[in-house]
Design a protein around this ligand. Structure first.
Ligand code: G3H
Ligand code: 13P
Ligand code: ZN
Length: 335
């Protein structure tokens, strides 16, 4: 069932769970995610980056997601623009039927971030689409943006974290629906040089200055070492890959107003590990279904592990019931 993130976050904020936001780039990834969510009775956010839009051609991705909505009617699905950088892109995503968009002005100075975000909110809210924005800076690499190295980020962490008073001003001036916060997480597979500790005190302070505002954690892959080892065992070369410990994400989700957790890297790792394993152990194989099929299965099991970590298992029905009773409007152009 297609919806915005609002009914999901309404329940997640107080409900000690978060909704998994997984990046989709092709059919097998999307199928692995949705099959797992259906099996676990979890709501889900399917998020599409600018890179995914151009890699897959949005017309194709759109129809794959359309099939998810059609085939899995019991699963609450939000379709979200990940790291949108211009209002023009936001307009296109809304035309394409997304129910949620992120405008990421975190690389701009504060006033420009406010201006860009306010404009995006005006455009999106006119079509009943919800908006996530970002304040503070994450480490790691994002496409098109060379982020901070793990060393730089760790060394200067305090200055990159979201400022709670600024978050209050930002939320009031822009009218956003959710806020991506910098609390020590980082994009990609090379997040840290040593075991991190998330800035839980920051989350608490932001919850005080912005009561009720759903919070989002980007850069939340955990880079499970068994997958790194499998990739490397079969010819890969991932050295010093390190992620956010799963127990810290579970704690953030259960104790604070974190409603959305973004995961992409761990799905990439699962898929790559499996494909490498098939290539290495069955060198005679050349039927793509024989390596993309196991890769899809591995995505499914990775997503299941994440849904358990996020405590969103069994939350699909309560979200649907809440959505039905709240009378929340559907975006005008729905999928
Ligand atoms: O944070 C970014 C996501 O991992 C998407 O990555 O822009 O390479 O598709 P991408
Ligand atoms: P990871 O690179 O940790 O998976 O983060 C993904 C993300 O934040 C997408 O917006
Ligand atoms: Zn991100």
């Amino acid at each position: 069932m297609l919806m915005t993130t609002k009914p999901m976050f309404d329940l997640a904020y107080e409900g000690q769970f978060a909704v998994g936001a997984f990046n989709v780039n092709n059919m097998e990834i999307t199928q692995g995610i949705i099959e797992s969510c259906a099996e676990m009775d979890s709501p889900v956010i399917l998020q599409i980056s600018k890179g995914a839009r151009s890699y897959a051609n949005i017309a194709f991705l759109k129809r794959i997601i359309d099939a998810c909505v059609d085939q899995y009617p019991s699963v609450p699905i939000a379709v979200h623009c990940d790291h949108g950088d211009t209002v023009q892109l936001i307009r296109e995503c809304i035309q394409d039927g997304y129910t949620s968009v992120m405008i990421d002005g975190s690389h701009h100075d504060y006033e420009e971030n406010v201006r860009l975000t306010t404009e995006a909110v005006e455009v999106a809210h006119a079509e009943s689409v919800v908006v996530e924005a970002e304040l503070g800076k994450l480490g790691g690499i994002e496409e098109d943006v060379v982020g901070l190295s793990a060393e730089e980020y760790e060394k200067n962490l305090e200055q990159f974290l979201t400022d709670p008073e600024q978050a209050k001003d930002f939320a009031q001036r822009t009218g956003i629906d959710s806020l991506a916060v910098a609390i020590g997480t980082s994009h990609g597979a090379y997040k840290f040089t040593k075991e991190p500790t998330l800035a839980f005190d920051r989350i608490e302070q932001i919850m005080k200055t912005c009561p009720g505002l759903p919070l989002v954690m980007h850069g939340s892959s955990s880079v499970p070492q068994e997958y790194v080892e499998l990739v490397n065992k079969h010819g890969g070369r991932l050295s010093n890959a390190m992620g956010v410990p799963e127990d810290q994400i579970a704690a953030a989700v259960r104790s604070y107003g974190v409603c959305k957790v973004n995961i992409d890297t761990d799905l990439r790792l699962a898929m790559t590990a499996k494909i490498r394993e098939v290539f290495a152990t069955k060198p005679e194989e050349f039927d793509p279904r024989k390596y993309l099929g196991p890769a899809r299965d591995e995505i499914r099991s990775m997503v299941k592990r994440k849904l358990e970590m996020l405590n969103s298992v069994g939350k699909a029905k309560p979200v649907v019931d809440h959505w039905r009773s709240s009378g929340a409007p559907l975006p005008r152009y729905y999928w």
